[in-house]
Structure formats: structure tokens, C-alpha cells
Design a protein around this ligand. Structure first.
Ligand code: ASP
Length: 195
């Protein structure tokens, strides 16, 4: 974003730009974990047998962060391996600003995890900001509606972590659990998995 006129790039030239910018690169081995490899083998086996297993714990692996500084500046970041067994070339919600990741100082910062295709169709992250901006909803109301109604009623399992410029935090999810945590300056960190 700082070195080209663009905000989103993919493919060989994105790699080239990252190399030129001096980003650290690593081999494929760096990304290998036994648990994810096993999950992929299991998914491929199920697919070959014509079965579909919808266990999100096996299908997904995403980490996100949102932050609010002392001046109310908001930021969001999300990183993912995507969806186990996805087609080559599939782009999920994570790098799509407005779908799985969004931050706007006027409203909130959001990072999502879950069924990316549905997050994209409902532009989940920016929809939370839009509900705050245009309908005057609080962060909690807006995020709850998007996760528990828009996503949940449309096969969009998952959740979001979000913070607004006053430092309000919400972490709604419609799945069985979501690894999550938050911390405020000078306070103890809080972590949870299930409700
Ligand atoms: N949302 C991610 C994707 O669909 C997956 C995940 O959150 O686990 O690519």
C-alpha cells in the first residue's frame, strides 16, 4: 500500500513486490503442521467417498486481531490458511477488506473467522460498521445481528472479534466455540473457547 498505487494485489507480481520490499520469505516446510496435514488427508478421503464433514474445527484455521489505541485509532488484521480442501485459486474473506477484515476510525475494527464464502456474500465485517454508522447501533448490537442473524441463518458458521473507538469489545460467534481473548491497558487478559 505504501509502495504502489494499489491496496490489494495477488499472484506473481504481488510476490515480486513483497520481495522487493524486503519481506522475509520461507520454504514450504515452514507452513507444515501435522494437525493440518492430517485434517487435509481426512477431508480428501471424505470428498473421495462423496461425504462432507462440516466440523469447523477441522476445516478452518484463522487468527485475527483488532486494536484500539489511546487516541481511538482502530486497526484490524487477519491471517488464515483458508478452508481445508479448497479449490486452487479460491480467495476467501480474510484478505477481502469489508468481508473478513475491516477497520474504520469512525466506527469499528473487525476480524472474522468462519465460512468465508458467506462472510463475503454478506460483506460481514463492513456490515457491522454500516449498522453502527447508518442505523446508530452499538458495536455489540451490530456485531450480534450480523453474526447471529445474517451469517447464522445463511449457513455462515463462525464469529468475529471487534472493537470500537471507545474501546468497547465484542466477540460474538454462532459456532460451538471460538478461541478468543482480549486485554485492556493495565488489566488482566481474558481468554475463552466456549460460551
Ligand atoms: N474465513 C476463512 C476462510 O474462509 C477460514 C477461517 O476463518 O477459518 O478462508
Amino acid at each position: 500500500m505504501e509502495q504502489t498505487a494499489h491496496v490489494c494485489m495477488t499472484g506473481p507480481n504481488a510476490l515480486e513486490i513483497a520481495r522487493k520490499a524486503g519481506l522475509e520469505f520461507c520454504g514450504k516446510d515452514y507452513f507444515f503442521t501435522q494437525a493440518r496435514w492430517d485434517a487435509l488427508q481426512e477431508t480428501l478421503k471424505l470428498k473421495a467417498a462423496g461425504e462432507d464433514n462440516d466440523d469447523p474445527a477441522r476445516r478452518h484455521g484463522t487468527v485475527g486481531a483488532v486494536a484500539c489505541d489511546s487516541e481511538g485509532n482502530l486497526a484490524a488484521a487477519t491471517s488464515t490458511g483458508g478452508w481445508t480442501g479448497k479449490a486452487a485459486g479460491r480467495i476467501g474473506d480474510t484478505p477481502m477488506i469489508g468481508a473478513g477484515t475491516y477497520a474504520d476510525n469512525a466506527t469499528c475494527a473487525v476480524s472474522g473467522t468462519g465460512h468465508g464464502e458467506i462472510f463475503i456474500r454478506w460483506t460481514a465485517a463492513s456490515e457491522i460498521a454500516a449498522r453502527m454508522r447508518y442505523a446508530g447501533e452499538s458495536l455489540e448490537q451490530a456485531a450480534k445481528h450480523v453474526v447471529m442473524v445474517d451469517l447464522a441463518e445463511n449457513d455462515g458458521s463462525g464469529g468475529v472479534i471487534a472493537v470500537d473507538r471507545e474501546g468497547n469489545i465484542t466477540l460474538p460467534f454462532n459456532s460451538e466455540g471460538m478461541y478468543r481473548g482480549f486485554v485492556r491497558a493495565g488489566e488482566e487478559a481474558v481468554t475463552a473457547i466456549y460460551r
